[in-house]
Design a protein around this ligand. Structure first.
Ligand SMILES: [Fe+2]
Length: 174
């Protein structure tokens, strides 16, 4: 008896037999895939990028049912301050340059191709402590409605963060 694969052949070679991708993600893996898809399409985001010497620049790139996609730029020294994301989960990635994320007393360098995923309650700060501008992509689900600032951890203050910690809560932080 033939299996379905023997009858149909290699499904990856027959794209019309593959289930169509959902219009909107509904899982963490789906949001990660959306972030990677947008990141790979440089013409989709690069012409939109601006830099603001006064504060991090941000632009809502897309919305969907229950989620928002934001494009951010970070000049050297610009940072988010230490914060959480209220009830939102998120996925973010660097599109250009390098960011430093500090969470749980540890620091990590975020580069293009890497992806960070967080759940509600996750506390971190993100800063461009390099010498070049940075562009990043952030997806929040549900959309970010609050971004409570948290006091800095003792001994972890970084350049540029103190000034941004007093910024309004509305823009996404990273
Ligand atoms: Fe954040």
């Amino acid at each position: 008896m033939n299996s379905d694969i023997e009858i149909a052949g290699d499904p990856l070679a027959l794209p019309h037999l593959m289930p169509s991708a959902p219009a909107h993600p509904a899982t963490v893996a789906g949001f990660a895939g959306l972030a990677r898809t947008i990141a790979a399409d440089r013409s989709h985001w690069e012409p939109l990028v601006r830099y603001d010497p006064a504060t991090r620049w941000y632009h809502r790139l897309r919305t969907g049912p229950g989620y928002e996609v934001w494009l951010l730029s970070w000049l050297p020294g610009q940072g988010s301050g230490r914060h959480d994301h209220g009830p939102s989960s998120g996925v973010f990635t660097v599109l250009e340059g390098e960011l430093t994320e500090r969470a749980d007393g540890m620091g990590r360098t975020l580069r293009p191709g890497g992806l960070r995923v967080f759940a509600p309650g996750y506390v971190h700060e993100v800063v461009n402590d390099g010498l070049l501008p940075v562009v990043s992509l952030h997806i929040y689900f549900p959309g970010l409605t609050e971004m409570p600032m948290r006091p800095p951890r003792p001994g972890t203050e970084v350049a540029g963060v103190a000034a941004c910690a007093a910024a309004p809560v509305a823009p996404p932080a990273g």
